[in-house]
Ligand binder design. Structure first.
Ligand code: HEM
Length: 393
């Protein structure tokens, strides 16, 4: 029987979601799996099965959201297009991120980045691994993958944050717009700067592939899509490194498993992004009146697709709050599930699961949480915002 969306979401605040969304999702999955949440100005979709279902029908559950703040900040991008227009841009980027390119071109570079960062602090015996390791590691790797060889990692971190803040600027804060617009202009300048080099020396980088595809992307298409990569390809591997390192320090019996059998590092990576999905929520918009999970949705309804909740859905995962790298393999949704399925999945598996986490635990002896508080934040993106750790020197 179809029902109207219930009022369960009325009392949910963005502050509560940001502090710890998981108890809220548990309640929504049980009582109101497609709930109107005024604070988010969206219907939140929280059950695994409903998200799988909506991703199978992109013509009804469209990524081309109207009045999108992402388009306001970045210009048109592949992430806000459907159908053939989306496929064309995706195909141009894809060769850079396929497994052979990752293996042959990037694995060595990722290992060198990770080792250099660890060399920089190993003698100190303690560090905030979020700031000294996870964030610069993700930024340096992304700069190489994109072909932005001219850009310092700190600029990429700053641009990424400014673009993300702009994409979430529902409060219309002029200072946030100004920072986002300035970052966007700097990204455009960096692309213009590197383009002649990549035309003359085509390689496996994302920008080179966009420029040299059989159906090359235009300057504006490259500008928009590089901003999506910067806004969407830095926070997630950063947070996956930080969450994975946290979990393996916090749960020594899990760490003992990977140390005894290094083939389990990939499972540790997958469990990390299941346990705390780096992208907790992404938007979709309904193109015509429809229903989802037994709830009526009007034409134009804005949805928040809550991957973080799907990954904790007790209908799929036993004891979902537990970090357990031995759990039976089930399809988590941390990388999405439809036509916009993450393009960076192979790069992330290799960079985080094969290199960053194993090298960190191999090189830093007796790596442990320092005892200072680890703070967590976010629901659209979620992870620790610091990771104070210590090791033997
Ligand atoms: C642990 C790391 C990562 C996670 C959990 C993750 C997650 C996701 C998710 C959930 C989506 C779908 C978004 C939507 O449908 O609205 C997505 C799309 C995307 N991701 Fe990732 N991502 C990660 C790393 C990366 C990296 C490193 C890159 C770039 C090198 C990247 C590039 C992209 C791009 C370009 C898209 C858009 C694809 C399209 O629209 O067809 N991601 N990612």
């Amino acid at each position: 029987m179809l029902s109207e969306p219930r009022a369960d979401g009325e009392a949910i605040s963005l502050a509560a979601l940001t502090a710890d969304p998981y108890p809220i999702y548990r309640r929504l999955r049980r009582d109101a799996p497609v709930a109107w949440v005024p604070a988010a100005n969206r219907y939140l979709v929280t059950r695994h099965a409903d998200i799988v279902q909506l991703e199978r029908q992109p013509e009804i559950f469209s990524a081309a959201e109207t009045q999108s703040l992402m388009i306001r900040v970045m210009g048109p991008t592949l992430l806000r297009k459907d159908g053939a227009a989306h496929r064309r841009e995706r195909m141009a980027c894809e060769p850079a991120l396929r497994p052979p390119a990752i293996k042959n071109r990037w694995t060595g570079e990722f290992q060198a980045i990770v080792d250099r960062l660890i060399d920089g602090f190993i003698a100190e015996g303690h560090a905030d691994l979020f700031d000294r390791f996870a964030a610069p590691c993700a930024a340096l790797a992304l700069g190489r993958l994109l072909g932005l060889y001219n850009t310092p990692a700190d600029d990429l971190r700053r641009w990424s944050q400014a673009l993300i803040d702009g994409t979430g600027n529902y409060g219309n804060d002029p200072e946030i717009w100004a920072r986002a617009d300035a970052a966007a202009a700097e990204v455009d300048a960096a692309i213009d700067d590197i383009t002649p080099y990549l035309r003359a020396h085509p390689d496996e980088s994302v920008i080179s592939c966009m420029l040299n595809a059989s159906d090359p992307l235009s300057r504006d298409e490259i500008r928009g899509n590089v901003k999506v990569f910067i806004g969407g390809g830095l926070n997630e591997p950063r947070d996956a490194i930080a969450v994975g390192a946290y979990a393996l320090m916090a749960f020594p019996e899990q760490r003992a498993l990977v140390e005894a059998d290094p083939t389990l590092w990939r499972a540790a990576f997958e469990e990390t992004v299941r346990w705390v999905a780096p992208i907790g929520m992404y938007p979709r918009q309904v193109t015509r009146a429809t229903e989802l999970g037994g709830t009526r949705l009007p034409e134009g309804a804005r949805l928040g697709v809550v991957l973080a909740s799907a990954n904790s859905d007790e209908a799929v995962f036993d004891d979902p709050d537990r970090f357990d790298i031995r759990r039976p393999k089930k399809p988590h949704l941390a990388f999405g599930g439809g036509p916009h399925f993450c393009l960076g999945i192979w790069a992330s598996r290799v960079m985080v699961g094969d290199i960053a986490l194993p090298t960190l635990f191999r090189r830093l002896k007796n790596l442990r949480l320092s005892g200072d508080e680890v703070r967590w934040s976010g629901w659209v993106f979620r992870g620790p915002v610091n990771l104070p750790a210590a090791w033997d020197v």
